[in-house]
Design a protein around this ligand. Structure first.
Ligand SMILES: [Zn+2]
Length: 153
């Protein structure tokens, strides 16, 4: 048997209090962690499935998938005592392309924003204490821009 690999990254036994909900798209992973640090959250829990926040909208996504994703969100928020949630949608999202491409890219963005607001409202109603932050992510050449989306209502 070969020796286990020991990571130089230290283990921190306390759960982060911030949860990021987004796509499992490796092009964004490091930048999302960087955004979280920039906002004062040095470590994050993550909840990722293609579509990210879209899956919190059971009316606009597959019902069973949405059910499972919402359950996972609740599990993390309650079990890990989450206080801040970052919800991110991104330009060129394959999930929306697959689902809404017939409607054109502008409609897809509109639906992404709708889904962000819907998901935020759902979580806020279930957990009034949460601070929920919405972002739309766009690549600009070699950089990524995180545009804060103001909450509705
Ligand atoms: Zn995506």
């Amino acid at each position: 048997m070969s020796a286990p690999y020991v990571s130089p990254v230290p283990f921190e036994p306390v759960h982060p209090k911030t949860l990021a909900v987004y796509c499992p798209d490796g092009r964004f992973t490091e930048a999302v962690e960087d955004l979280a640090r920039h906002l004062g959250h040095p470590r994050i829990d993550t909840l990722t499935l293609p579509g990210g926040p879209a899956l919190l909208n059971r009316w606009a996504s597959d019902y069973l998938e949405s059910e499972g994703f919402t359950k996972a969100a609740r599990f993390l928020i309650e079990g890990h005592h989450i206080e801040d949630v970052l919800m991110l949608a991104h330009a060129g999202c394959g999930y929306y392309h697959a689902k809404h491409s017939a409607l054109g890219p502008d409609i897809a963005v509109e639906q992404q924003l709708k889904d962000l607001h819907f998901g935020a409202k759902e979580l806020q109603t279930a957990y009034p204490h949460l601070r929920i932050h919405l972002y739309y992510v766009r690549p600009h050449g070699k950089t990524l821009e995180f545009e804060p989306i103001p909450r509705e209502g």
